[in-house]
Structure formats: structure tokens, C-alpha cells
Design a binder for this molecule. Structure first.
Ligand code: ASP
Length: 327
């Protein structure tokens, strides 16, 4: 890794960095990763309030899974976030359908897909994990499960999202064109003071998708994967491409084999690009991951991606862009 890129990340983060064994020519699977001591939480993009809420739950020795749920709920209930929860962009027929999943430090998992009229899919996913014999519940069954567990029925289509959809309808003539601009899914992964790690991922999916479309976000291994002995990873961007390469599982598996988190994120992005013949495709995917040592990696197909970090010493957005300077 070039010194300029190394310094760029350090300056942006204010976090301490781990030097590779050989600074001059780190092995390709040992790229420099940002490292954080103690408990921390990171989220895709920059949902500062959500990440800060999760940190509140972590900093006084709270349980990491509670922190993940509390943090993600902040974005799910925010009507101004048009990619998560209430206020999320609808499908091409005007229905808001939500996807979410959660994993704990033991590798237990819960997921809801195509959930309608419920504000907090991350909490429903946790209920699926803890109070059902299953991992994934879909559609009306997921909704019924949510109502049976006390979740309120709520219209998720806000006036703002409805207006934007109406404008899109006129312009796009109902074509299910992949929207490459809107990708602010919240993927949140964290480690608590006891070293337990967990993660969650929540989204309304691609704006104006075909009805019934499910992306990577609620798919265990694609949008999120946690292995308490190795690390955690989560994804954002064009879910169809993440699913085809099982991106989050891939990152954790690479870390298990000794890759640094940064090398794992870059390799996982590289797999997507390689499938497109090596040319950078016209869509975005962004990955973040960390290992149990607290080393963090982040990478994306195109510049413009980053993550927000809260820990005892850090509090802010870290652009993954510094890594692109080496290209
Ligand atoms: N990954 C999400 C999906 O494909 C989209 C996003 O990241 O906003 O549903």
C-alpha cells in the first residue's frame, strides 16, 4: 500500500493503524487495515445518528446485539431516509417493501424479506431469530408474525416518497430500470467490550424495483455475515451482484484464511469486477468488514463510499476513497 493512501486513511479517521509486517511490500492478503481498540461500531455510508445510538448502547458494557438493533431502528423510523424503513422508496407499483437481517456472536440469524406495513424490520428479524424455529420469514407470513408479536401496522409510504415515485413513473414509463444512484442501505457491524460481535442490515431495497424483488440485504452471507471467532462483514449497493458472489460470507471466509480485513474487502469487490470481464461496471457495491482484533476494512467498486465509526477514540466518517489513490 502506498504511503499516501496509508496517510490519507489515517488523517481521515484519527484512528490508530496497524503496520503490516513488511511496510515496503505487504503481501496482497495483508493490506493495511484501520485498527480500533476496545468496543466499536461501524455502519455503511454515514448514518451518524444511528451509529451514535448504537455506540451509546456499547460504551457502558452493553450487549452488542442490543446496540445493533437500537442503532438500526433510528434509520428505520427516520422518514427522511428514502432507502430504509418508513419513507423508503416504493417498488414500481407504489408499495414499500422492506428487507432486514440480524446475526449474533454465536452465528444465530434472523431475517425478514418483502415485509410491508411494519416500521422496524430489524426488530422483527431479531424476533424471528429468537422466537421462531426459522431463519427467514417472507411477505404476508413475516407480517403476520410481526403483528402477532406486537408490531403496529403502519403506512410506510410518505408523501415525499409518493411524489418522487409519481415523477419516476412519468419519466421511466414503468420500466424496472436498475437504480444505481440510491444505495444507502444501513449495514451495521460492531464489537462490544466483552469481545462479542454482531451485525444487522436493513433496507427498502432498490427504488422502483419490480414487485417481489428481494436484494442482498436480508440474505445471510450476502448482505451480512458474522462469525464470532473470525469477524463480521456487511454490504451495500447493487444487491443482485452481491448475492451472486455471496459477498459478506466471502469477506469473513477470507479473513478466516488469514486475509487482513482490507485485503478481504478488496478481494471481494475484485470478484464482482472480474465477473464483468475486469472492466469497472456501471454500478456501485460497497463492503465493510472487521476481524476480532478490531482491524477494519472497507472497499467499493467506485469512489464515494465510506463508513461511520464510533469507538472510545473515534467518532466520524471514514472515506474508503483514500484507497483509490493507489490505482
Ligand atoms: N443492497 C440493497 C439492495 O440491493 C440496496 C442498497 O444498498 O441500498 O436491496
Amino acid at each position: 500500500m502506498k504511503r499516501r493512501a496509508f496517510l490519507g486513511l489515517g488523517a481521515a479517521s484519527g484512528a490508530s493503524l496497524i503496520l503490516p509486517t513488511s511496510c515496503a511490500s505487504p503481501a496482497s492478503n495483508q493490506k493495511v487495515s484501520n485498527q480500533v481498540n476496545g468496543p466499536f461500531v461501524i455502519s455503511t455510508w454515514n448514518p451518524a445518528a444511528a451509529n451514535a445510538a448504537a455506540w451509546e448502547g456499547l460504551k457502558d458494557d452493553g450487549y452488542v446485539l442490543d446496540a445493533i438493533e437500537a442503532g438500526i431502528r433510528i434509520e428505520e423510523e427516520n422518514p427522511n431516509n428514502t432507502t430504509v424503513g418508513i419513507g423508503g422508496a416504493p417498488d414500481r407499483d407504489g408499495h414499500v417493501t422492506l428487507d432486514a437481517c440480524i446475526m449474533n456472536e454465536k452465528g444465530d440469524a434472523g431475517s425478514v424479506v418483502f415485509l410491508e406495513d411494519v416500521v422496524y424490520p430489524i426488530s422483527v428479524a431479531r424476533q424471528v431469530m429468537e422466537n421462531s424455529p426459522h431463519v427467514i420469514l417472507a411477505g404476508q407470513g413475516a407480517q403476520q408474525f410481526a403483528f402477532n408479536n406486537g408490531f403496529a401496522k403502519t403506512n410506510l409510504l410518505t408523501e415525499k416518497s409518493k411524489e418522487a415515485w409519481a415523477k419516476w413513473l412519468v419519466k421511466a414509463e414503468y420500466q424496472p430500470i436498475i437504480n444505481i444512484e440510491m444505495h444507502d442501505t444501513i449495514g451495521m457491524i460492531a464489537k462490544d467490550a466483552q469481545g462479542r460481535i454482531s451485525g444487522g442490515c436493513s433496507t427498502s431495497g432498490l427504488a422502483y424495483k419490480m414487485r417481489g424483488r428481494v436484494g442482498d440485504s436480508p440474505i445471510i452471507g450476502s448482505g451480512l455475515f458474522v462469525d464470532g471467532e473470525v469477524g463480521a462483514a456487511t454490504a451495500t449497493g447493487l444487491g443482485e451482484e452481491v448475492i451472486k458472489t455471496v459477498g459478506s460470507f466471502l469477506m469473513v471466509e477470507l479473513m478466516r484464511q488469514g486475509y487482513s480485513p482490507q485485503a478481504a474487502a478488496e478481494e471481494a469487490i475484485g470478484r464482482i469486477v472480474a465477473k464483468k470481464g475486469g472492466e469497472k461496471p456501471n454500478f456501485q457495491v460497497g463492503y465493510i468488514c472487521f476481524n476480532t482484533k478490531g482491524e477494519i476494512g472497507a472497499y467499493s467498486i467506485h469512489p464515494g463510499f465510506g463508513y461511520v465509526l464510533n469507538s472510545e477514540t473515534d467518532n466520524g466518517y471514514i472515506a474508503a476513497d483514500s484507497f483509490f489513490k493507489k490505482e
